[in-house]
Design a protein around this ligand. Structure first.
Ligand code: SER
Length: 588
């Protein structure tokens, strides 16, 4: 049974049982408190909280998806037998449609009958603080004849919340044996019974003032990693031996562990990169773009050492698109973009990589064939130099050092990094709003128009709209923003009119220096995840009535009165990826 068949079986199974099958949400969520989509439930958060109406939107209270997910917390572990940065998650969800009994019955039937697997054991929540033990789930499993039921604690079998505030609750997990007879967790069934108004860390700290509140209706959220399931179903020892990975990656089954590891890193990182690019992410020094850049660079380091040529990497990428493009059309439709973005980033890094690796060899030399000075510590300054001059990021340095039995002075690196940041702060502040290298009169005007445009989009289409990227030249502005559909012609006209109204009102553009915390407090627009210095400048524009219409963290420069801008015109509105739109505009 290959992955296509598993996906189909899963979706058919739940469709037959009254679930609406929905497409995967983008890897870049609209929730600004999380960087990536890490679970299938994320796109359904409002339905658990009673803020969305599932009946109206889906015609049913139950849905099922195969969701693209990313988790980068274990990026350093990738290369072993089981860790991945990207994975597909099969999930069924219910927003008050059914409860524990149906959820557990469905999972049991799917695993044992549909896939013919044997359940090794299941877990249930043992209770914590005021949250009671999940007796009901235990009884349901017993009624199904499952013998081995293990009670576990809040760390293992209590899900959520994801991000800052959200649904959460006890879970019950299903374990099956792999071919080596190890127990592998394959399915996590969450009962969203509560809402917690903070992060998971705050909840677990037990000292937060914030209170767990019961939700009006219980939600069901289940997640089953497809790659792991495929490994169990196909009875292969690792996820890299599954038929999907075999089809696209040149993984060596022979060779040393080191060589195997390199192949796996390349396979994982290229797969993740392809999906990220298809969802509109571009390599950069911030947020998701920075993760993509690191993934590409890490895969190139491994390729260089193996060695594997850039052409071979391109072939792997094309294979990935071939393997996944039928189910995820965004890959197939953007094949050229994926290859071009990867290649241009790779070429930029490739020549410095060669020099960087040579430099690394000097710092951490081979003493004799394959032997290194075990225990040597590479200083913070040395790593910073590799980072700054050759683009070898700290995680790459760590990785290379680990292989050679050396250590890196990570703290020293951050000290050097911060010292450098202070020196270049002035420069960085100029840069962080994109395109500011261009300080021509045209670019300055477009910069102010950019602030007005973002404010108009938020006013007209919804205040939850976030800037996802920007680029300004002396000729035109470009803004990428979170929004999940095409704008109508009428909406474009209204947005344009609003910007022009503010322009003709001749409003003052005021720069204020303030402490970063203060700027955050007043809710100034900022790039999520970007690092800002202690003191920042915020540009404010007020309308005639004294209402603030725009407030953004920004290095400037800007015009001092909006009337200097001329007439604003939207030239193009298009999709960048699922959930992200792009507007190009000019001043006439
Ligand atoms: N949200 C849960 C998980 O990711 C179940 O889908 O495991």
């Amino acid at each position: 049974m290959n992955s296509d068949e598993i996906r189909n079986r899963f979706l058919n199974f739940f469709e037959k049982r009254g679930h609406k099958i929905l497409p995967s949400a983008s890897l870049i969520p609209s929730d600004p408190t999380v960087l990536f989509t890490t679970a299938g439930m994320q796109q359904f958060k409002p339905y658990y909280l009673g803020e969305g109406d599932a009946m109206r939107d889906f015609g049913t209270l139950n849905t099922a998806t195969v969701q693209k997910c990313m988790r980068t917390s274990d990026i350093d572990e990738v290369g072993d037998e089981s860790h991945l940065t990207f994975f597909e998650m099969l999930g069924n969800f219910s927003f008050g449609g059914y409860g524990k009994r149906e959820a557990i019955f469905y999972a049991h039937e799917f695993i044992t009958k549909e896939l013919g697997l044997e359940i090794s054991y299941v877990t249930v929540f043992e209770g914590w603080d005021d949250i009671p033990k999940d007796e009901e789930s235990k009884q349901i499993w017993q009624s199904l004849g499952v013998q081995d039921i293990r009670e576990e604690g809040i760390l293992d079998v209590f899900w959520g919340p994801t991000g800052d505030g959200g649904p959460c609750g006890p879970t019950t997990e299903i374990y099956c044996k792999n071919v080596a007879e190890h127990d592998i967790e394959i399915w996590n069934i969450v009962f969203n019974q509560f809402y917690f108004p903070g992060t998971r860390e705050e909840l677990l700290s037990g000292t937060s003032e914030k209170e767990l509140k019961p939700l009006a209706q219980m939600g069901v959220d289940t997640g089953m990693g497809l790659e792991r399931l495929e490994m169990i179903v196909q009875k292969v020892p690792t996820i890299f031996d599954t038929s999907s990975f075999k089809k696209f990656a040149f993984l060596s089954t022979a060779g040393s562990e080191k060589i195997k590891r390199r192949g796996r890193i390349i396979a994982d990182h290229l797969r993740t990169s392809a999906f990220l690019i298809a969802d509109g992410v571009r390599p950069s020094n911030k947020e998701a773009g920075y993760v993509l850049r690191r993934l590409i660079r890490r895969s190139l380091v491994q390729a260089k050492i193996l060695p594997l040529s850039l052409d071979s990497l391109e072939t792997i990428l094309r294979n990935i698109i071939g393997e996944y493009g039928e189910f995820y059309n965004e890959l197939k439709n953007q094949e050229k973009i994926i290859i071009d973005e990867f290649t241009s980033e790779a070429e930029k890094f490739y020549s410095s990589l060669e020099k960087g690796l040579k430099e690394f060899d000097k710092i951490c030399p081979e003493i004799s064939n394959g032997f290194y000075q075990v225990g040597k510590v590479i200083s913070g300054e040395e790593i910073f130099n590799l980072h700054q001059t050759y683009g070898l990021t700290i995680d790459i340095a760590k990785d290379l050092s680990k292989e050679r039995g050396c250590k890196v002075d990570e703290e020293g690196f951050w000290t050097a990094f911060k010292k450098h940041q202070r020196i270049s702060r002035a420069g960085a502040e100029q840069k962080f709003k994109g395109g500011l290298a261009d300080q021509s009169e045209g670019a300055i005007k477009l910069h102010t128009a950019h602030h007005l445009l973002l404010a108009a989009l938020q006013k007209i289409l919804g205040k939850e709209i976030k800037q996802k990227g920007s680029n300004i030249t002396s000729e035109r502005l470009r803004i990428d923003f979170s929004f999940d559909r095409k704008l109508t012609d009428e909406e474009k006209d209204i947005v344009e009119d609003q910007v022009n109204e503010w322009i003709s009102a001749g409003l003052d553009v005021v720069r204020k220096e303030m402490k970063r915390e203060k700027a955050e407090k007043i809710g100034a627009e900022m790039e999520f995840g970007a690092k800002y210095p202690e003191m920042v400048s915020v540009y404010l524009i007020e309308d005639r009535a004294g209402n603030i219409i725009s407030k953004e963290f920004c290095g400037g420069p800007h015009v001092s009165k909006t009337s200097e801008l001329g007439k604003f015109k939207i030239k193009k509105e298009e999709a960048v990826s699922a959930g992200v739109r792009r507007i190009k505009g000019v001043l006439e």
